[in-house]
Design a protein around this ligand. Sequence first.
Ligand code: FMN
Length: 190
Amino acid sequence: MTTNSKITLPPPQMEGGMPIQEAFRKRRSTKEFNGSELSLAEISDILWSMYGMNRSDGRRTAPTVKNWQTTTLYVILPDATYIYNPTEHELQLILSEDARDIAGTQEYTHSAYLNIMLIANLILMTSLDGEDKHQAAACEAGFIAQNAYLHCASAGLKCVSRLKIDRQSINKKFNLSDNMYATLGVTIGK
Ligand SMILES: Cc1cc2nc3c(=O)[nH]c(=O)nc-3n(C[C@H](O)[C@H](O)[C@H](O)COP(=O)(O)O)c2cc1C
């Protein structure tokens, strides 16, 4: 994929796929990836399934506390990292380099084609106290990650969600402010 400041994703597939009961049966974590490229159409479907807009009022495929939508998906590809903008269904470039070495502490994250870092903005959770903010962020991440698992089961892709992330390196590489918290990594590939 060429590096552009903005990538308009093709419209996601919002119909069809595998029957949901079959996807539950097939859902599993995989920790081996061959590094094969994913197409833009595949990435579009993955991101929309995880956290895309599914209603005209801007609500998402994953529930969020008070509809705060505090999570941003950092899409780490071999040549660049983008932020997913669900409103425009597009990718916005934030880093023109291979950041997979900080996507996770396990070797397979460095070779998989797609790593998605879920990063919550705790400052948006205005009426929650410290620990509850992290609890809410973790719940939000869980729903988003499960959407990824079920989509991947349906689409025949490999997926694993990961707590083994190096928050310090992520904060530094992506220049995150103190209120931004990396909750979970999701690795997807073939
Ligand atoms: C919150 C959470 C954190 C996880 N963290 C990691 C991780 O850091 N590294 C990893 O390889 N797998 C991680 N996993 C995947 C688990 O190892 C996996 O879900 C578990 O072995 C059960 O396998 P299954 O998902 O195929 O049912 C995590 C799973 C969850 C739910």
